[in-house]
Design a binder for this molecule. Structure first.
Ligand code: ADP
Ligand code: MG
Length: 147
């Protein structure tokens, strides 16, 4: 198990690589202000809990990766909230507690194999977050809306 870590900020536009089209939308937040905590964590796939504005608290599975568009000192933070939303929520405040690590970043021979792996990551996240050791972070004060 890892020491939980906490990051948050408004949901920003990502690179629009079509993750939503693939059924895997990721609510990006800016890595600005989190360079220390990000440098302490390897790139890869993590899971945890997400508090979204005053909407609620949801399970999430998240990719932390190098941003190829900048100078490789910034990582992208891309959580997929494991909940069906009826609309986008760009600009809304997102708070994350990251409680577990699944796997390193990897290259996949095809888009299909990448998508299949992400769905497996989702299953791992869903099941792990039901375990008491991870479930208890759903109540973390950090996740709660300020309003
Ligand atoms: P972008 O490249 O701008 O991040 P995405 O294709 O990754 O675009 O879609 C992400 C956006 O979709 C989020 O910013 C959010 O507004 C919306 N969205 C809707 N449902 C979800 C969800 N379950 N998890 C994450 N984002 C979601
Ligand atoms: Mg995204």
């Amino acid at each position: 198990p890892i020491e939980p870590w906490y990051i948050g900020g408004p949901v920003i536009k990502g690179f629009g690589r079509g993750s939503k089209v693939l059924g895997i939308p990721t609510a990006n937040i800016s890595p600005e202000g989190f360079s220390v905590v990000l440098s302490e964590h390897t790139s890869g796939v993590y899971f945890g809990w997400a508090g979204l504005s005053d909407r609620g608290i949801y399970k999430m599975v998240m990719s932390i990766g190098w941003n190829p568009y900048f100078d490789n000192t910034e990582k992208t933070i891309e959580p997929w909230l494991l909940h069906e939303f009826n609309e986008d929520f760009y600009g809304e405040e997102l708070r994350l507690v990251i409680v577990g690590y699944i796997r390193p970043e990897a290259n996949f021979p095809s888009l299909e194999s990448l998508i299949a792996r992400i769905h497996k990551d989702r299953e791992i996240a869903e099941k792990s977050l039901d375990l008491p050791a991870y479930a208890r972070y759903k109540d973390a004060r950090y996740l709660k809306s300020a309003s």
